[in-house]
Design a protein around this ligand. Structure first.
Ligand code: IPD
Ligand code: CA
Length: 260
């Protein structure tokens, strides 16, 4: 199943890479204020779904652009959770920070994960109970214990003025305590970066399951912790996520719990 997910991610990447050479031809539509979709998101999603549903016709699919397809024939309750292009705004601008994120959930538990950065050819994979890998090398979260040395990632879902106000307040708190805070524009890739130690922690409110599912398994399989802002574990569908190496996670929850 992981191999099929990798094949699907690479197929999606072919569509994205080809389009990245001629961004002027990309057709952009605004779904809501500052939330964009392109014809490339849609074409990549179709390419990914084609690979997955050919291999597993009975599996259900939840994908960012085409939504959920319930599959009543699947007694094993497998569901693929797909973000064909996480970081669409970056992609539109040619800012090289975006990825394909594919997770497989079995009875609601994510068991396989692929996050593929087609710009750097970074392939992150994880299987529940078998560890997380970057280009076939085992990855682990950092051992850091001091927030003052931590490099954090964060994100902001365009929405109400209240959400922006809250984001800025959180930024002020974390920016004062951490060594640095980055807003790179692809939540799935941010999570993969925590898993491989390029970041020590990440936080964002209002994410969707396709932004989180693969990255969350990547975090737990690399020795990190992922949870809601109050530390609880129902983050996948609630969408508020803190992910970090164990010692930094506790400190982040203590600082961000007022925003839960
Ligand atoms: C977005 C990115 C961004 C995050 C937003 C997401 P999209 O996904 O992950 O970093 O801040 O919350 O919606 O729309 O580019 O797939
Ligand atoms: Ca996304």
């Amino acid at each position: 199943m992981l191999n099929t997910a990798i094949k699907a991610a690479r197929r999606g990447a072919t569509v994205i890479n080809r389009a990245s050479f001629d961004l002027d031809r990309v057709v952009v539509t605004e779904k809501q204020h500052n939330d964009f979709v392109t014809d490339i998101d849609q074409a990549a999603e179709q390419a990914i779904i084609e690979v997955l549903s050919k291999a597993y016709p009975d599996h259900a699919i939840l994908a960012e652009e085409s939504g959920a397809s319930a599959n009543t024939h699947d007694e094993n309750e497998y569901q693929w959770i797909i973000d064909p292009l996480d970081g669409t705004t970056n992609f539109i601008h040619g800012f090289p920070q975006y990825c394909i994120s594919i997770a497989l959930a079995h009875r609601g538990v994510v068991t396989q994960a692929v996050i593929y950065d087609p710009v750097r050819n970074d392939l992150f994979t994880a299987t529940k109970g078998a560890g997380a890998y970057l280009n076939d090398k085992r990855i682990r979260v950092t051992k850091l214990d001091r927030m003052s040395k931590a490099l954090l990632g964060n994100g902001y879902v365009a929405g109400s003025p209240r959400a922006l106000d809250e984001y800025l307040k959180m930024y002020q708190i974390m920016g004062e305590r951490a060594q640095g805070v980055r807003r790179a524009g692809s939540a799935a890739l941010d999570l993969a970066y925590v898993a491989c130690g390029r970041l020590d922690g990440f936080y964002e409110k209002g994410l969707k399951p396709w932004d989180i599912a693969a990255g969350a398994l990547m975090i737990t399989e690399s020795g990190g912790i992922v949870g809601e802002f109050n530390g609880e574990s129902d983050y996948l569908y609630k969408g508020d996520v803190i992910a970090a190496s164990p010692k930094i996670f506790g400190q982040m929850v203590a600082l961000l719990a007022p925003f839960a």
